[in-house]
Design a protein around this ligand. Structure first.
Ligand code: ADP
Ligand code: MG
Length: 392
């Protein structure tokens, strides 16, 4: 319903726009952070809030940024909006180098290109709801003056707040204020929406309705970056970026090992070694000592059972975000199958040493049971694949 409203009323000419997540793989990123570090000056000396962060976000993605309080989420968001500047590194949005803009340039650029939504709404208390929504248009001089009120009313209708247009913000509930703040963020029809814990101050029903609004906007082709500590909502975005201690967790590590705490994910991210195997190359031989744990980052691999006198049996095809090599490490046994890059394409893996794998098992019972589940499922699969041969 919302999505239909948005499609018809907000962006009438958008038929050719990509839908949510509909970007082509090769699309250049819309938001780039390269080697971004932020060191705050404090009485006790420098405090590193972000350390060497690299992120790429493509047009139309709906990205959730998650991490504990104090991990650096707001600092990261403030780099993208130009509210604050990196100590080193680059921030590019489209072809604009945000970190190089002057304060005046930043304000003008932000007003036209970003819609920003905060945890505490930050509506101007002495302006009516509709005047709050008109303000960015007045500030940036974007739409003809005579059209601004009509557009503001259309946006309020979009977020189901039109009937409250002439109230003051203080007369509204938190959820209603946040809907108005979203209408205001849309005033100049920016391609990017940035929200820092927009549901952090709302009850769960209101949080859900605000989240649905972002979902609908992403489905209409907006690029949405939303900080959230709500793990239920985080599961519904198309991609998550996890931050721990000012560093970004490797995305493939996070996808492969969701049972680890963010801190352990980060430890793994720092430790893994990237390796590329050419198409068809064997990564693990059957019946050997094993020793490394692998996470797939790009391409695909296949689990192969070599059967003397018969053709190889492909037990499973593994994709980015999946892992292998765990059976021999978990059972401290020899490998039960071979794994190789698929014949069509090379595979990029992240390799973790066996020692670190064992210490993860020791430190994280959740990780242990997750791995054990995979080991059992795969052993059963291997047995049934092999069974077809042995029965003869
Ligand atoms: P989050 O949004 O994930 O809760 P922040 O990005 O706000 O975290 O903060 C990250 C760390 O940087 C925290 O330890 C915080 O105390 C510190 N910090 C944030 N802003 C400043 C500042 N202006 N001066 C000094 N330290 C700061
Ligand atoms: Mg914050």
């Amino acid at each position: 319903m919302l999505s239909t409203k948005l499609g018809q009323r907000l962006e009438p000419g958008n038929e050719s726009r990509p839908r949510s997540g509909g970007h082509a793989e090769g699309d250049p990123a819309l938001i780039h952070l390269h080697g971004v570090s932020k060191v705050y000056k404090t009485a006790a000396g420098g405090y590193t809030a972000l350390h060497n962060v690299d992120i790429e976000i493509r047009r139309g993605e709906f990205v959730g940024v998650i991490g504990k309080s104090g991990s650096g989420k707001s600092t990261l968001i403030n780099m993208v909006t130009g509210i604050d500047r990196p100590t080193s590194g680059e921030v590019l949005v489209g072809d604009v180098a945000v970190h190089r803009l002057s304060e005046n340039q930043t304000a003008r650029w932000r007003g036209r290109n970003l819609g920003i939504v905060f945890q505490f709404f930050q509506l101007l208390p002495n302006l009516s709801v509709v005047d709050n929504v008109m303000m960015p248009m007045d500030f940036c001089n974007t739409f003809p003056q005579r059209d601004r009120r009509t557009r503001a009313m259309m946006l309020l209708e979009l977020v189901d707040m039109a009937e409250h247009a002439h109230k003051m913000p203080s007369a509204l509930s938190g959820g209603q204020q946040q809907r108005v703040a979203i209408a205001r963020a849309l005033a100049n029809d920016p391609p990017v929406l940035i929200a820092d814990e927009p549901t952090g101050n709302l009850d769960s029903r209101m949080a859900d309705s605000v989240f649905q609004l972002f979902e609908a906007l992403a489905a209409e082709g907006k690029t949405v970056v939303m900080v959230t500590h709500d793990s239920g909502l985080a599961r519904r975005v198309s991609r998550t970026i996890i931050i721990a201690d000012g560093e970004v967790v490797n995305e493939y590590v996070a996808r492969a090992l969701p049972s680890l705490s963010p801190q352990l994910m980060l430890a793994v991210s720092r430790r893994v070694q990237p390796i590329t195997f050419q198409a068809g190359a064997t990564i693990i031989h059957e019946g050997t000592d094993g020793g490394l744990f692998y996470i797939i980052a790009q391409g695909a691999a296949e689990v192969v059972l070599k059967r003397p006198g018969g053709p190889d049996v492909i037990a499973e095809r593994l994709q980015p975000g999946q892992f292998f090599g765990e059976i021999s490490l978990f059972n401290r046994s020899r490998t039960v199958a071979a794994v190789r890059a698929v014949p069509e394409t090379p595979v990029n893996v992240l390799a973790l040493d066996g020692g670190m794998f064992q210490s993860l098992l020791a430190e994280s019972p959740d990780f242990g049971s997750a791995v054990e589940g995979v080991v059992q499922r795969r052993l059963a699969q291997t047995r049934s694949a092999a069974g077809g041969q042995e029965a003869r």
